[in-house]
Design a protein around this ligand. Structure first.
Ligand code: HEC
Ligand code: HEC
Ligand code: HEC
Ligand code: HEC
Length: 384
């Protein structure tokens, strides 16, 4: 890649992606023994030729006529997977004065708007349509998917720098805003999946990946039944609704009028999904997420006071909840981290107790709800 003089972007995007971004190796993992074994357990052929795997592990363009000259599937999840097919904007977007709106009109994907960025990432990190990691894939050894827009954006790692020039061109990036918009997009995905005739409990067989993995995959020797409160319903499967719980907590933290209704709907979904599919609660949640709750997420204040309120709310949720599942505990940790990242002052003050909370999240296998609760209580105390 040749550096452009007078350009306002880093021009080491390629290097960052190649050396540090796991996306550049997303195709190569399909050549490795783990992926081959996974495919053979699933009675599939070569995973590096299997559309099911390629649609998330590469820039997947099955129609050869649509591939450009430099197309190479081995590039994995490459620039064009995220920024769109470059044929029509590659030359023009680097010309001085090219505006973002002009570039988008030529097919550049909008990665700046957090709503469309979340949809982009989640198309692979949660799945959409036929593109999903089902329990069959998990059973064959696929790693568990989890996602939080701010945290994963930092981990990727960033190949852009938010300096004065970026701010002028694209506006500010607020971590806590990325967090809530990511949760909103995940919550919409979950509600859609749970309402879908094919995947839900009404399908041929309920798709196990919509439930908390650790409601089945915990060791019986942990004797969780001695400690957990089951709301009178032991032995039930719990749907994985961690992002809905995060939104519920944000609505409470910022005193939103929707908070009580949203909380009641989430409880109904949790309690009655397995017995009757909770169709009314799902329909109402969908309407709220598309309406007033969605508006709240898109406009949530990202100042220090709001961030602190969210940190407090999430920490006390973690401190009070009985036997939290790993999925929810992990989202609490990432949510607090995103809110803290909004202000250097908050980071300076609360980084150490938050690090101690993350120690309890290191391994999903050996996760101890009691240790998490203890660390969350300590953090809540510091925040109060
Ligand atoms: C819905 C999208 C999706 C599909 C379909 C999918 N994957 Fe993945 N896969 C991912 C994501 C996202 C990750 C990274 C998860 C993480 O680390 O958070 C991943 C991770 C992996 C890893 C671990 C990579 C590493 O660095 O250790 C392997 C191996 C893998 N996938 C193999 C497969 C195979 C084989 C198939 C097809 C049978 C497949 N995947 C289908 C999205 C998908
Ligand atoms: C996993 C998705 C993903 C991949 C892969 C990816 N990008 Fe990006 N890129 C983003 C996001 C998100 C942003 C931040 C939002 C923005 O500024 O558009 C961004 C921003 C940029 C910017 C804007 C910097 C600025 O100052 O305005 C450039 C240039 C860029 N990427 C180039 C590349 C190149 C070149 C590659 C391939 C080597 C690549 N990207 C691969 C997601 C991705
Ligand atoms: C086309 C599908 C696709 C899209 C779009 C995508 N990813 Fe990924 N992502 C993957 C796959 C597949 C992997 C696993 C690669 C591997 O481990 O080799 C991955 C891995 C990652 C990892 C590394 C996870 C780990 O465990 O180390 C991060 C972080 C990540 N993606 C963030 C993002 C973000 C942020 C976006 C949106 C801006 C995004 N991804 C968009 C498919 C995608
Ligand atoms: C309703 C209960 C249930 C839920 C929920 C569930 N699983 Fe499973 N899982 C099973 C059963 C039953 C098996 C088959 C057990 C066996 O072969 O020993 C299995 C097998 C597996 C295996 C293969 C284990 C082995 O040792 O062969 C993996 C890995 C796995 N599941 C991962 C997951 C993940 C990740 C999730 C959440 C996204 C999840 N499961 C959710 C019931 C569940």
């Amino acid at each position: 890649m040749r550096a452009l003089r007078g350009s306002n972007v880093l021009q080491n995007e390629y290097y960052t992606w190649l050396k540090h971004d796991k996306h550049s190796g997303a195709f190569t993992v399909l050549l490795k023994p783990d992926a081959r074994r996974m495919a053979s357990l699933l009675n599939l052929g070569d995973p590096s030729r299997e559309p099911l795997c390629l649609q998330c592990h590469a820039t997947y363009v099955p129609d050869a006529e649509l591939r450009g000259e430099k197309f190479d599937i081995e590039d994995g999840v490459s620039c064009e997977s995220c920024h769109g097919a470059a044929g029509r904007w590659l030359e023009s977007h680097a010309v001085a004065g090219a505006t973002h709106a002009e570039n988008r009109a030529r097919g550049l994907t909008d990665t700046v708007s957090l709503t469309s960025r979340a949809a982009l990432c989640l198309s692979c990190h949660y799945g959409d349509g036929d593109k999903r990691v089902t329990h069959d894939l998990y059973g064959a050894g696929h790693p568990r998917l989890s996602f939080e827009l701010d945290t994963f954006g930092v981990m990727e790692p960033k190949h852009w720098v938010i300096d004065d020039d970026y701010l002028k061109r694209k506006g500010p990036y607020v971590p806590v805003a990325a967090w809530i918009i990511g949760q909103q997009a995940l919550a919409e995905g979950i509600v859609r999946t749970l309402s879908s005739p094919e995947l839900s409990r009404n399908g041929m067989f309920p798709e196990l990946s919509v439930f908390d993995c650790y409601s089945c995959h915990h060791s019986l020797s942990e004797e969780q039944w001695k400690r957990r409160t089951y709301g009178g319903k032991p032995g039930r499967l719990a749907v994985n609704i961690a992002p809905l719980l995060m939104i519920r907590e944000a609505l409470v933290a910022l005193n939103q009028p929707d908070a009580p209704e949203f909380a009641a709907l989430v409880s109904t979904l949790h309690d009655s999904y397995q017995s009757d599919g909770a169709p009314q609660a799902l329909a109402r949640l969908q309407a709220l997420l598309a309406g007033s709750v969605g508006d709240f997420a898109r406009r949530m204040p990202g100042d220090e006071a709001a961030s602190l309120a969210i940190m407090r709310q999430l920490a006390s949720f973690g401190a009070q909840a009985e036997a939290l599942k790993y999925e929810a505990a992990e989202q609490i940790g990432m949510g607090i981290q995103a809110a803290m990242a909004t202000s250097p002052r908050l980071s300076a003050k609360f980084k150490a107790p938050l690090d101690r909370l993350f120690v309890t999240l290191e391994s999903a296998r050996s996760f101890s709800p009691a240790k998490f609760k203890e660390a969350a209580s300590q953090l809540a105390l510091k925040l109060s």
